[in-house]
Design a binder for this molecule. Structure first.
Ligand SMILES: Nc1ncnc2c1ncn2[C@@H]1O[C@H](COP(=O)(O)OP(=O)(O)OP(=O)(O)O)[C@@H](O)[C@H]1O
Length: 205
């Protein structure tokens, strides 16, 4: 998946969060979007994934040299973000089955292997509403990494994770981020150190 930005800007009311972004996110490459709290990383990620319209400029998607309409971009995307809610009334098994009605499993994976990968305490029939914040974060990451999409976007991927959880996240990166456009919003080096490209929001103020 390739995303091309021409003179992209986003404002809320009269305040420009970023402007003049000319940038190309290339297929199968890894990118870190960097900046301090409140600088606009999540806003840019939402513009990139089509959930927020830019206030200025042109954004174009293409996949295997064919252009993709902005309203279809989500079908190519896996996203894990703090503002993305899990359905609390589902059990672990149910939420995995529900998620993979809309996405395909990466080769060799199925419901049981996702459950095993999570290595969470308790039964797979436990309801999500009883998960701790770290367990919920692991689940969001596992669903995103294990989906067979050409685009992976992660916002603050290790929030609520302990040091074991951070190592677990890095093992997912190693196993499941190759050969897909990966974009990470972060201000913690351990989350994005593997990214080959860096984009700083401060350059677009
Ligand atoms: N819907 C909205 N309406 C008005 N202002 C908004 C809205 N969403 C975000 N903002 C503002 O846009 C700015 C950038 O917010 P954003 O969440 O993108 O920053 P961030 O870099 O991701 O921050 P953090 O590191 O704290 O997650 C902030 O000043 C925020 O208050």
């Amino acid at each position: 998946m390739k995303i091309t930005l021409q003179n992209i800007g986003r404002r809320f009311n009269r305040e420009w969060i970023f402007k003049g972004v000319d940038y190309t996110f290339e297929n199968k490459e890894s990118y870190a979007i960097l900046g301090s709290n409140g600088s606009g990383k999540s806003t840019l990620l939402q513009v990139l994934n089509g959930s927020l319209a830019p206030s200025a400029g042109v954004l174009a998607y293409s996949y295997e040299d064919k252009s993709v309409e902005a309203e279809d971009a989500f079908t190519y995307l896996s996203l894990a973000a703090p503002y993305l809610e899990l359905i609390e009334e589902f059990s672990l098994n149910e939420i995995i089955d529900f998620h993979f009605k809309f996405k395909s499993y990466k080769t060799g994976l199925n419901r049981q292997s996702v459950v095993d990968l999570l290595s969470l305490p308790g039964s797979p029939n436990k309801l999500i509403k009883y998960f701790s914040s770290g367990m919920k974060q692991r689940l969001k990451l596992a669903l995103a990494f294990c989906s067979d999409t050409p685009m992976l976007m992660l916002d603050e991927p290790t929030s609520n994770l302990d040091s074991q959880g951070i190592d677990w996240y890095l093992s997912l990166v190693e196993r499941y981020s190759a050969n897909r456009l990966t974009i990470i919003c972060s201000n913690q080096e351990h989350e994005y150190s593997f990214c080959k490209n860096r984009l700083s929001i401060a350059d677009y103020k």
